[in-house]
Write a protein that binds this ligand. Structure first.
Ligand code: FMN
Length: 212
């Protein structure tokens, strides 16, 4: 396949700092559809990400048809709760999760996935290519932010993987890496809270503080 040159779309004119520093997990989504032109911009942005040897093993499968999103949403819900079970949590319903738990909002997303206007599933063509797929997912989510579209990076659970592959004809050799629900936010973007980088960065040697 002949590679193509893409110019940056004018729709992505938001300063990169604003996009990066206000992007956060948006789990409450409006049902409004995402137009086709914006969908293409998201995937074009993903394609521009760094990847090993420019082999470009990332493959993206998007779901917009209601029946697909709803069927996938039910599997996502099952997967999310399977992870909680594996972690030893006794909860079985969102209402049982304490208000201050970090699982409270993700549990809401598990319920809401079936209503997302758009879901993008990211795969590597073969096993072991995650390093070349995750940069594409991040590009896609930054482009979404610039377009005013909210997103959250999520994963699945082995319990549902075979059914997801069968549902969408995903070949066995492709490796699933992420599931990104997207839509216009019910709520606002950023700011996010993170550890100060002088607690996560070392200068020259492990544990040696940076000069800030
Ligand atoms: C590998 C990975 C897995 C994640 N899984 C989930 C998930 O299952 N459900 C969810 O709601 N958010 C998930 N997230 C989103 C994180 O919870 C979110 O990025 C983090 O809490 C920071 O949130 P903020 O950017 O809104 O501050 C995941 C993020 C990553 C990178």
């Amino acid at each position: 396949m002949k590679p193509i040159r893409l110019d940056p779309p004018p729709e992505l004119s938001m300063p990169i700092g604003e996009a990066m520093f206000s992007q956060r997990a948006i789990r409450r989504l409006k049902p409004d559809p995402i137009e086709k032109a914006h969908l293409k911009i998201l995937l074009d942005a993903a394609s521009k990400a760094p990847n090993g040897g420019n082999y470009q093993p990332g493959r993206y499968l998007f779901l917009r048809e209601r029946s697909s999103v709803e069927t996938f949403g039910a599997l996502y819900h099952e997967a999310w709760w399977a992870k909680r079970r594996d972690e030893g949590h006794a909860w079985t319903r969102r209402e049982e999760i304490p208000d201050d738990s970090v699982f409270r909002m993700p549990a809401l997303l598990a319920d809401e996935m079936r209503n997302a206007p758009l879901i993008v599933l990211a795969f590597g063509l073969h096993a072991g290519m995650a390093h070349s797929v995750f940069p594409g997912m991040q590009n896609l989510m930054l482009a979404a932010r610039a377009l005013g579209i909210g997103s959250t990076l999520t994963t699945l659970h082995p319990q549902v993987i075979d059914r997801v592959y069968a549902l969408f004809d995903v070949p066995e050799q492709a490796e699933f890496h992420g599931c990104i629900p997207l839509g216009y936010p019910r709520g606002r973007f950023g700011p996010t809270s993170r550890r100060p980088t002088n607690t996560t960065t070392y200068a020259e040697r492990w544990n040696q503080p940076p000069p800030w």
